[in-house]
Design a protein around this ligand. Structure first.
Ligand code: GLP
Length: 262
């Protein structure tokens, strides 16, 4: 794991965006795994800016989103379909047929999930997966005790996640769906590169457990310690509980030029 500590969320997001842009420029038909939540918003804004001002071309890029709420139609205000359209896809030149997001309205969840895995495999696998972390350590919607071998499937949200995400539903917990379809941890671990973003003091504890705690299913994000190419972008408040923060800064500051891709 490479831990990159930046002063604020903007600097961390811009460093992550630089890594995404570099991949797309080197490999125009790259396959991206994308995340929702408030964390990647600045990253998406920066990629949109790069598209508009620097000609970053998404015309051959394929995307797979991590998750979607079960029971929310694509047009629902709080669906992740709508989130992605409004915050990213409608501002870039991606082809709608290259965009994949789990269907929260499917009538056959197991068949849909198997097809989703199949589509990822047929696209050649995910080159770069963007991730955020839940305050309980979830990635995608893989809640604590999710199997590290899991693939795309239905999951039940924890009460903590329902409470955390109620802010997107006018604070009304009763409106937050209790089920979701999410890529599994095994699916996420198959991505060739993972960019984890975490900003703000409310993520400090989860970040410390992910990076420096034991690898355990109760802390799903800790599995990233086993990923061969995982970069963790944090701001100062999210880095607050990291015991080896100075060492991570030292590594980053002393990276050889040829390794500085973000
Ligand atoms: C959500 C999403 C995750 C996201 C996480 C953190 O429930 N399913 O993919 O990383 O929770 O959200 P936020 O970025 O808003 O803190």
């Amino acid at each position: 794991m490479e831990v990159i500590i930046k002063q604020n969320a903007e600097a961390g997001s811009h460093a992550a965006a630089a890594a995404v842009a570099r991949l797309i420029r080197e490999q125009p038909d790259a396959v991206l795994g994308l995340a929702t939540g408030s964390t990647p918003l600045i990253l998406y804004k920066e990629l949109i800016r790069m598209h508009r001002e620097e000609g970053l071309d998404f015309s051959r890029v394929t995307t797979f989103n991590l998750d979607e709420y079960v029971g929310l139609p694509a047009g629902h205000e709080q669906s992740y379909h709508r989130f992605m359209q409004e915050n990213f896809f409608c501002h870039i030149n991606i082809k709608p047929e290259n965009v994949h997001i789990p269907d929260g309205m499917t009538t056959d969840v197991p068949a849909f999930c198997a097809d989703y895995e199949q589509a990822i495999a047929e696209a050649g696998g995910i080159d770069l997966q963007v991730l955020g972390i839940g305050s309980d350590g979830h990635v995608g919607f893989n809640e604590p005790t999710s199997s590290f071998a899991s693939r795309t499937r239905i999951k039940t949200l924890t009460r903590q996640t329902v409470a955390d995400n109620a802010r997107f539903f006018n604070g009304d917990e009763s409106k937050v769906p209790h089920h979701c379809i999410t890529m599994g941890i095994g699916t996420i671990m198959d991505a060739r590169m993972v960019l984890m973003l975490a900003f703000g003091g409310n993520k400090a504890e989860a970040v410390a457990a992910m990076v420096e705690g034991p690898v355990a299913a109760v802390m799903p994000a800790s599995i990233l310690q086993h990923h061969p190419c995982a970069k963790v972008f944090v701001d100062e408040p999210a880095a607050e509980r990291l015991k080896l923060a100075d060492y991570y800064r030292w590594i980053y500051d002393n990276k050889p030029g040829w390794q500085k891709d973000c």
